[in-house]
Ligand binder design. Structure first.
Ligand SMILES: *Cc1c(COP(=O)(O)O)cnc(C)c1O
Length: 391
């Protein structure tokens, strides 16, 4: 039994259909796990599993063998604990959920109640978690996050030194892992990778409790010396290429099909859309598709994005508006693009990375921005093809 999916939009009502391939996610998990030579493969499922729906994706990853999950926020952890409990599978009920965002004051009991592992990011957080453990007289699990150069979250070098000088600051804690995070892992030649690796090795010499965990998706591909005891990929599980400028070994997970609402013949002189930014140059046809920036189809794709009808590219012309985009379909035979037909906006010909590049951003932002108005169809997974749902 999994969490009931959110009410779904009937496909006939849908402006667009977002298909999410759970088998591709499972295959990506196994591809990464197989590279590890013994290290454990966790999964990062923050932000609703990068926008793809944690209700469906966490059980699929668990079925592929994942037993350790990372989320960003406590609320995400509470939700995931419920999802795993609802499976009724004793092994999944025991799965670990680590919360990267750390311990906010006053949340100790909620962490404990859902058996969440706080990633402790500062001496203050360590102090608070210890105080809570002491009160319960029970060493509850936690991670320590050392900042080795990301400059975002984690214990700065000086606070690591303090812990080493005064080890009693860690008394009464059950430290599952010491983690750190790389700033430039998707650029294999970046000198910062090696510097952070050295810094993390040094941290581990001095703080050797629990597992060592450094690598995100990209860092898994930097080589075995980055794998340590556990890795925590996110984006590669969802099909994005982990290494900048290299062929993508991951299976594609998402397909987004926008539905044609109207097709019109156009002729000069005429403009298309807000701001009249596209001038029709000659006789042609424009298809209006029911997807817009309110769905995460970014406005920066105005006059830049590309859809596909079959294998034929059709450019986005004019501005992206809230609920609609317009595409020049002059090159497509009229009977292949009638109202109700689909145009691929993300698919084999235009993967997430390509859309991101056209929009001037990164694939992570495209994924996590995928709209709530899409009809979501999950294919694969234990139950085979299943209906729309998810958040
Ligand atoms: C988001 C995140 C990850 C996962 O990164 P990917 O690049 O998506 O693999 C790992 N570790 C931390 C600390 C993160 O914030």
């Amino acid at each position: 039994m999994s969490t009931p999916p959110a009410p779904s939009i009937p496909e006939a009502h849908a402006g667009a259909v977002l298909t999410i391939d759970l088998d591709a996610i499972a295959a990506n998990y196994r591809l990464l796990a197989d590279r590890l030579d013994g290290a454990q493969c966790a999964a990062v499922v923050k932000a609703d599993a990068y926008g793809l729906g944690i209700d469906r994706i966490a059980p699929a990853l668990a079925a592929a063998g994942c037993r350790v999950f990372f989320v960003a926020l406590i609320e995400e952890g509470i939700h995931l604990r419920q999802i795993l409990n609802d499976t009724g599978d004793p092994e999944l009920v025991q799965a670990e959920i680590h919360v990267l965002g750390g311990l906010m004051a006053g949340t100790e009991e909620a962490f404990d109640a859902s058996r969440l592992v706080p990633v402790l990011n500062s001496l203050d957080e360590i102090h608070d978690w210890r105080a809570y453990c002491r009160q319960l007289e029970s060493p509850l699990p936690c991670d320590l996050h050392a900042d080795t150069g990301m400059g975002r979250l984690g214990l700065p070098a000086g606070e690591v030194d303090k812990l080493v000088e005064e080890p009693s600051r860690l008394d009464g804690l059950n430290i599952l892992a010491v983690i750190s995070h790389l700033a430039c892992a998707n650029e294999p030649d970046h000198p910062k990778n090696g510097r952070q690796l050295e810094a993390f090795l040094d941290v581990r010499l001095r703080l050797h409790q629990g597992q060592a965990c450094l690598a995100n998706s990209s860092a898994i591909f930097l080589g075995p010396e980055y794998h340590f005891d556990m890795v925590r990929p996110g984006v590669a599980l969802y099909g994005l290429g982990p290494v900048h400028g290299q062929p993508n070994p991951m299976a594609q997970v998402v397909r987004l099909q926008g539905k044609i609402a109207q097709v019109r013949d156009v002729d000069t002189p005429q403009t298309v859309g807000y701001g009249a930014t596209h001038q029709v140059e000659g006789p042609g046809r424009i298809a209006t598709v029911a997807v817009g920036y309110a769905d995460g189809y970014l406005r920066s794709l105005s006059n830049k994005g590309t859809g596909y009808v079959g294998d034929t590219p059709v450019p986005v012309v004019g501005r992206v508006s809230m609920d609609l985009i317009t595409l020049d379909v002059t090159s497509i035979p009229a009977h292949l693009c009638l109202p109700g037909a689909f145009v691929d906006l993300i698919g084999p010909n235009n993967p997430v990375e390509r859309v991101a590049e056209d929009a001037g951003t990164i694939g992570y932002e495209i994924l996590t921005g995928l709209g709530r108005r899409y009809t979501r169809v999950y294919v694969g997974g234990a139950g085979g093809t299943s209906g729309a749902g998810g958040a």
